[in-house]
Design a protein around this ligand. Structure first.
Ligand SMILES: NC(=O)c1ccc[n+]([C@@H]2O[C@H](COP(=O)([O-])OP(=O)(O)OC[C@H]3O[C@@H](n4cnc5c(N)ncnc54)[C@H](OP(=O)(O)O)[C@@H]3O)[C@@H](O)[C@H]2O)c1
Length: 333
């Protein structure tokens, strides 16, 4: 039987081939085109970014979810440029390197906390300034690595850079089982501090397993009835939790909040220092955190992994407020 009727089709395909190879590369990403609830998250095909001067293109294997993701999605931080790719934590492999980069090559396993102004993590590829990227810890997979950067850097900077927690001191960590809290507990222990953490009863055994010396069920007892003369309090809650924290800190101690500036008058009355701060990307600190992970001193906990296309479900889980450790989106299954 003759197949001559296929010839025109074959010719058409041959003619289309060069066109296809010159089409700009695309990828899948979760974008928003307006602020709003989880329904504004759209899983769609988008242009693939190109690494600019000083950037590397990361093939994202997993992207971490943080409360700031749904706060930005909601419009809590004001204006933005649409369409916007959310996501500030990635773990993956280097796909290509841009001009002016020196530290990484194709295939290297890396992780990073991306600038909040830019994002780009909820995607198959992300172009990232090489200066904020670190080598991924070798002892954990991409899903666990993606849960690390933003939350662990927050705990690291809050306790170390801001509150100057030192060996032998006592720290009260509110929300000890949360994303920031579970890293703070382990980082404080690694610094030789005594750690008191607040959490629901269901998280107490977990918190003891990662080093908390004392755990308080904030739903059943008042932490101010139990804690006295703490050197440092880490506050990821604000409101009345922060208000009630002034009285548990020794004179000269430090109240570091990541959600709400402490009232200057209340700080003065209590004879303590305090501040609120915003985490910043820092590849050097991320590398130190990676070393502690590979040494077994910090274990990232991932409670839920969802496919990238289910970012909305991940946001709903995060917004519900009871996450132990982290929620992560899997990009490469
Ligand atoms: N300023 C910054 O740079 C910065 C950086 C990171 C995060 N943040 C902010 O810090 C907050 C925490 O972030 P995250 O990632 O740790 O959140 P998260 O993982 O969603 O925190 C969940 C945890 O909060 C605990 N929790 C809720 N209410 C509590 C209370 N009254 N007392 C004690 N624990 C309580 C829950 O504990 P139980 O389940 O045990 O009840 C749960 O384990 C968010 O608002 C986030 O936007 C700010």
């Amino acid at each position: 039987m003759s197949h001559s009727f296929l010839a025109p089709l074959a010719a058409l395909l041959v003619n289309l081939a060069p066109l296809a190879s010159h089409a700009p590369p695309t990828m899948h990403a979760v974008r928003i085109h307006e602020f709003g609830g989880a329904e504004v998250l759209k899983y769609e095909e988008t242009p693939r970014p190109e690494p600019a001067l000083g950037e590397i293109l990361i093939k994202v294997h997993a992207a971490g979810v943080n409360p700031v993701d749904w706060k930005i999605r909601d419009g809590a931080f004001g204006t933005g440029t649409f369409p916007m790719i959310l996501g500030y934590d990635v773990s993956g492999t280097v796909e290509t390197v841009g001009e002016g980069t020196t530290r990484f090559k194709k295939g290297d396993e890396v992780f990073a906390y991306l600038f909040l102004q830019r994002g780009g993590g909820y995607a198959e590829y992300a172009a990232v300034a090489e200066s904020i990227v670190a080598a991924k810890p070798s002892t954990i997979d991409h899903v666990h690595a993606a849960g690390v950067p933003l939350a662990a850097l927050t705990a690291w900077q809050a306790l170390g850079d801001v509150a100057k927690l030192t060996e032998g001191q006592t720290v009260l960590i509110h929300a000890g089982a949360g994303g920031v809290g579970h890293f703070a507990v382990q980082i404080a222990k690694a610094r030789g501090a005594t750690v008191i953490a607040t959490a629901s009863a269901r998280n107490h055994d977990y918190l003891k397993s990662i080093g908390a010396d004392k755990v308080i069920d904030y739903r059943a007892e008042k932490f101010e009835d139990v804690v006295r003369d703490a050197d440092v309090v880490l506050d990821p809650i604000g409101g009345e939790t922060q208000e009630r924290s002034f009285g548990v800190i020794r004179k000269g101690g430090y109240l570091v909040s990541i959600v709400q500036p402490p009232n200057p008058q209340r700080l003065k009355e209590a004879g303590i220092s305090g501040s609120v701060f915003l985490v910043r990307p820092d590849a050097g600190q991320l590398a130190q955190i990676a070393r502690l992970i590979d040494a077994g001193k910090i274990k990232p906990h991932v409670s839920q992994t969802l496919p990238l296309a289910e970012a909305g479900k991940a946001h709903a889980l995060s917004q519900a407020g009871g996450t132990r450790g982290k929620i992560v989106l899997s990009v490469v299954p």
